[in-house]
Design a protein around this ligand. Structure first.
Ligand SMILES: [Zn+2]
Length: 364
């Protein structure tokens, strides 16, 4: 089990929770198999209690960028960004742990948010991530990583490990630390490091998480992200908590162009109530478990490997494992169907949709 807390410097909760778990494991002599390592993310930003200093450390993990960091001295990009040094150190620590692991690695990235609201798990939608996430006693949100480029979670996922992100609640709230701690214990059991009976009261850990998420659907998917830049003059409407219902036509924020409106009925997620950050808000909707079962069946059927034979679909000429979907021809293949089959959106180019199979979907 490999955990990162505080990759955002105003999110100390994960660091505190990991420390609590490590202390209890050390002092209470509970039976434990394997290795549990917790790393601290952005040390410089944590010291100032701000999200980042020069660059968002959780948006710097695109493979090309990581390759530059590991290039021999003299060939590196050589910017003076504080986060470049932070990333180099964190990368070295991560790779050391991953390379010396004796078995499968479960990776968790621990976050909090500027909005209040119930805790949840976020995963890139592979069948392996899903199976693990569903054991952690929290609502699961699919597809957040598809909206964000360069997140650490996806980088580690593409090295072949099971990865989940935990949003535990509001920054600096004591409950957020409790939620992170409860999830860490349940995750240690889910990953096989501990038996449930050896956890500090598994039933009350689950009860605490259930009490924090009343009435929240167990599985949701991201419908939309509203990106913002510092020049947008973006101001979120006050008072939203994570998962608050939103109706079609509701004014959820304002920017210099006027009101920002929700197009359909959904739920609010991660509304931006802090100065730093490039995600204004996300909207999510409930997913019926039927669709999860169907997609597991389809992905194991080998069907996704045949999609490139369909009219209007071809393999990308340069990028491996990437398909170009002409949505004027392949009208029956909207993004939702491609999601079911285990593809992830890369980008739209006009009416062309670029997607790639999520790696390590069904196998290590
Ligand atoms: Zn964060």
């Amino acid at each position: 089990m490999l955990v990162v807390g505080g990759i955002h410097g105003n999110e100390y909760s994960g660091v505190l929770a990991a420390r609590r778990v490590l202390d209890k494991l050390a002092l209470e002599d509970r039976p434990f198999r394997g290795r549990f390592v917790a790393l601290v993310g952005n040390l410089a930003a944590l010291a100032l209690d701000q999200r980042f200093i020069d660059l968002d450390l959780n948006r710097q993990w695109l493979p090309q960028r990581v390759a530059k960091l590991t290039a021999p001295a003299g060939t590196a990009s050589g910017t003076s960004a504080v986060e470049e040094r932070e990333q180099r150190e964190l990368l070295a620590a991560l790779l050391r742990e991953l390379e010396t692991a004796q078995g499968p690695v479960y990776f968790m990235d621990l976050h909090t948010s500027s909005a209040d609201g119930p805790p949840f798990v976020t995963v890139g939608d592979t069948l392996r991530n899903r199976a693990f996430a569903l054991k952690l006693g929290l609502p699961v949100v699919l597809g957040l990583e598809e909206q964000i480029d360069g997140a650490l979670l996806e980088y580690v996922n593409n090295l072949g490990h099971v990865t989940v992100g935990i949003e535990a609640g509001r920054h600096h709230a004591p409950e957020s630390v409790d939620h992170h701690e409860a999830v860490l214990w349940l995750a240690l059991a889910a990953a096989g490091h501990m038996d449930e009976k050896d956890l500090p009261d598994a039933a009350s850990l689950r009860g605490r998480l259930r009490a924090a998420t009343p009435g929240i659907p167990p599985i949701m998917a991201v419908d939309r992200r509203h990106p913002v830049t510092p020049d947008d003059g973006f101001v979120m409407a006050p008072g939203y908590r994570n998962f608050d219902p939103v109706f079609a036509g509701q004014v959820v924020a304002r920017d210099k162009k006027g009101p920002v409106i929700s197009r359909r009925r959904s739920r609010m997620l991660l509304p931006l109530y802090q100065a730093q950050g490039s995600d204004g808000f996300f909207l999510v909707r409930k997913i019926h478990p039927f669709w999860l079962r169907l997609s597991a069946l389809l992905r194991r059927s080998g069907l996704p490997g045949l999609v490139h034979w369909l009219p209007g679909v071809h393999c990308h000429p340069e990028w491996p494992e990437t398909l170009v979907v002409n949505t004027r021809v392949a009208r029956l293949l909207p993004l939702q169907v491609l999601h079911l089959l285990g593809f992830r959106k890369l980008r739209w180019q006009g009416h062309l949709l670029l997607v790639s199979r999520r790696r390590f979907d069904t196998r290590e």
